[in-house]
Design a protein around this ligand. Structure first.
Ligand SMILES: [Zn+2]
Length: 134
């Protein structure tokens, strides 16, 4: 079995987890993703790895849920594709992405435009609009 040190990052960057999103999950750079895309990628990886603590911590205080359900047993995340990263101003950005998963033999495709806000130098996930496009 792969140890976390050799695991390729779930976000698909091709880098090992500790050199990619793992840096923002824990350790020196915990919670300090440098921009909205890095935060988005680290949140996707956190979904894959069931790091619910990180998902809550990186959620904007105004929209943060009280708790997050862990992944359903058998759910497999297949990959993340970041389509667009747009900065509106110094503290606001949007990221459009597609995340693919599979559960019980059925494929799911989540296409979302997410909004991010920076507060006191830290980026947070605010909310998102699901796209129905195929
Ligand atoms: Zn990553």
């Amino acid at each position: 079995m792969d140890t976390p040190d050799t695991l390729p990052c779930p976000c698909g960057s091709g880098r090992p987890l500790p050199a990619c999103c793992g840096r923002y999950h824990a350790g020196e750079l915990a919670g300090q993703a440098p921009d909205a895309e890095a935060l988005m990628r680290s949140r996707y990886s956190a979904f894959v790895l069931d790091r619910l603590d990180y998902l809550l911590a990186s959620w904007h205080p105004d929209t943060r849920p009280a708790s997050i359900e862990p992944n359903e047993p058998g759910l497999r995340w297949l990959g993340l594709e970041v389509k667009r990263h747009q900065r509106q101003d110094a503290d606001h950005a949007t990221v459009e992405f597609v995340a693919r998963s599979k559960l019980g033999g059925r494929a799911h495709r989540l296409h979302e435009v997410s909004r991010f806000e920076r507060i006191d130098g830290r980026w947070y996930y605010l909310d998102g609009d699901l796209s129905r496009s195929r």
